[in-house]
Design a binder for this molecule. Structure first.
Ligand code: NAD
Ligand code: LMR
Ligand code: MG
Length: 561
């Protein structure tokens, strides 16, 4: 069967109800007869473009009601997969904020209230039997069909925390981006939510809540359950790469460390975010014309994402010739206790501990060192926000930042938009237009004193789809740090014609497919170099690029066979 063909054994109502096969008004006269659809459709036979045009008008009719736009698109995805992807592909930058951060965050919070139909795979801790789990998984595909799984336990959804069963929608949304941005065949993807209870009292007290109404399970029982699920996945879908998304602070890194050498797996919030943030920093340093080894980097919110970024920068500095300790000396963590010093050893997480700074320079201060004081003492050149705490980049802190550096690099990357540590227009004003900025969710440029300032989007979506496709195409045994580094380096060296403007720090998502090809190529080559690949692909770069292109899934109606 060629790429333009698809097997169809359905007819009539069942065919129209199947999102993978449904062509709706684009079924030809012959197809309508052959598949018993004639009287089930209005007489007109339309092209995909005509369908897209109508769907776009319908979409636009929701105006500013973004959540309704989100529901409209999600409904379209379960009605007609081809039309869904084709429509969004034509309006990618306009629609990504609707199907992903920030709007998806609201859709997740209201999951149980606005629920209309199920999407994804729901597994819950009240059903732990391995055979039961395997049976459930088997309903979603065959041994060879599922190649990429996004798994969340919903404890740390974006910056909005524990969302219980509704977190399934982050797995679904991240999957949609895999297809849109990197051409993953949506039919080889499975989004899963593990419902292990929720500590979110708002959901628990909502009579409509659709998940398990019990305390979030932790400890041994949780670990056992996760292990059973992962092992079941491996049995049922032995070729699936596992992507962990939005696990909570206490679990994310621990789980990644535990399974990274046993499963082909990846944590997007740790590794994806770290790699994208590093690429954005590298780009900003090209503007300030200053090497990474001369930076003082402050990370505000040293949780899953913050530590991922800290570790990625550490590796990059080691790559630049520093010892691990020298590299760590460049990185300052600020968390809920302020600047993390050795005196915080009792409360710091294991992952924060290597970064604790000596108390000496702060002996004159009683209590914790707040952000502003930390900035005034450390004089960071780079400040990243991944705390999910809005308003924490105060005017005074930002003015302090600008005092010591000609062009401070300030990235409030918390999602969704309302949780950013400061709004870019504020940062721009308080730093007198000096700051180089990037945010986690997309924002329009700022106009101030007749000048336009581009706000780049520093979101792991720039990387994980391409990385994931690279892992799928290489059938990688494991994802190594060096493969991650190859992906990050590739993002940092994307050709300039894929940027919106010269000032942009990161490439334009409008060019997502091209950006992704560049990254996927690097991942494939690195996988082969390290003997992590289990598939054959061309050795010549040009041929490999064509091979990647050939493997991309595109939203076109396929011929039924
Ligand atoms: N742009 C991206 O690609 C991207 C990727 C991952 C996460 N994020 C965002 O980063 C944020 C954090 O996500 P996470 O998964 O790391 O969450 P997390 O819960 O693992 O980490 C948050 C950290 O912030 C700290 N914190 C809380 N209150 C604080 C305060 N008042 N002052 C300083 N630190 C404080 C917490 O102690 C914790 O260490 C979220 O908003 C998330 O959307 C963005
Ligand atoms: O989902 C996103 O938009 C990025 C990131 O994974 C996050 O958790 O915020
Ligand atoms: Mg995430």
């Amino acid at each position: 069967m060629s790429k333009d063909e698809i097997k169809c054994s359905l007819k009539g109502e069942a065919l129209l109800a199947n999102p993978r096969l449904n062509k709706d008004t684009a079924f030809t006269e012959e197809e309508r007869i052959k598949y018993e659809l004639t009287s089930r459709l209005p007489p007109v036979v339309e092209t995909l473009q005509e369908q897209i045009d109508r769907a776009y008008e319908q979409y636009k009719s929701f105006g500013d009601r973004v959540l309704e736009k989100n529901f409209y698109l999600s409904q379209l995805s379960i009605r007609n997969q081809t039309l869904f992807y084709a429509l969004i592909s034509q309006h990618l930058v306009e629609m990504i904020p609707i199907i992903y951060t920030p709007t998806e965050g609201d859709a997740i919070m209201q999951f149980s209230d606005v629920y209309r139909y199920p999407e994804g795979c729901f597994l819950d801790i009240d059903h732990k039997d391995p055979q039961y789990i395997k049976n459930q998984l088997s309903a979603f595909g065959t041994k060879d069909s599922i190649k990429y799984i996004i798994l969340t336990d919903s404890e740390g959804i974006l910056g909005i925390g524990d969302q219980g069963v509704g977190g399934v929608l982050i797995s679904v949304a991240k999957g949609h981006l895999m297809t849109l941005c990197a051409g993953l065949d949506p039919n080889c993807f499975l989004p899963i939510v593990l419902d292990v209870g929720t500590d979110n009292q708002k959901h628990r007290s909502n009579p409509q809540y659709m998940g398990l109404k019990r305390d979030r399970v932790r400890g041994e029982e949780y670990d056992q359950y996760l292990s059973t699920v992962l092992r079941s996945i491996r049995e049922v879908f032995p070729h699936a790469f596992i992507h962990f998304e939005d696990f909570g602070l206490k679990n994310a890194k621990r789980i990644l460390d535990e399974y990274t050498k046993e499963f082909a797996c990846f944590n997007d919030d740790i590794q994806g975010t770290g790699a994208v943030a590093l690429a954005a920093i590298v780009a900003a340093l090209q503007v300030t014309k200053s090497p990474l080894t001369e930076q003082r980097i402050m990370i505000f919110g040293a949780g899953t994402a913050g530590i991922g970024i800290a570790n990625q920068i550490t590796s990059a500095l080691v790559g630049d010739g520093l010892s691990k300790q020298q590299a760590i000396d460049h990185i300052y963590l600020v968390d809920r206790y302020g600047l993390l010093l050795e005196k915080h050893a009792d409360v710091a997480t294991e992952d924060q501990k290597p970064f604790l700074k000596k108390n000496d320079s702060f002996q004159d201060i009683n209590g914790d060192v707040d952000l502003e004081t930390a900035i005034s003492r450390v004089k960071p050149t780079i400040l990243l926000g991944c705390s999910g705490q809005p308003g924490k980049f105060t005017e005074r802190a930002m003015r302090e930042m600008a005092k010591h550096v000609e062009q401070p690099i300030i990235f409030p990357i918390s999602n969704p938009t309302k949780l950013m540590e400061a709004k870019p227009d504020q940062i721009n004003e308080w730093t007198n237009g000096k700051a180089l900025m990037a945010t986690g969710s997309p924002l329009p440029p700022i106009k101030r004193n007749g000048k336009e300032y581009i706000i780049s989007q520093c979101n792991n979506a720039l990387l994980y789809p391409a990385l994931g496709v690279g892992c799928v195409l290489s059938g990688c045994k494991f994802l190594t740090d060096t493969m991650m580094k190859a992906a990050s380096d590739a993002l940092a060296t994307v050709p300039k014609n894929l940027f919106k403007s010269e000032e942009a720090l990161l490439p334009d998502l409008n060019n997502a497919r091209e950006i992704s090809r560049h990254i996927t190529l690097a991942v494939l080559k690195q996988a082969r170099k390290e003997n992590m690949s289990t598939t054959e692909f061309p050795t010549d770069d040009k041929e490999l690029s064509e091979w990647i292109l050939k493997h991309e899934w595109n939203p076109t109606y396929k011929k039924f066979v």
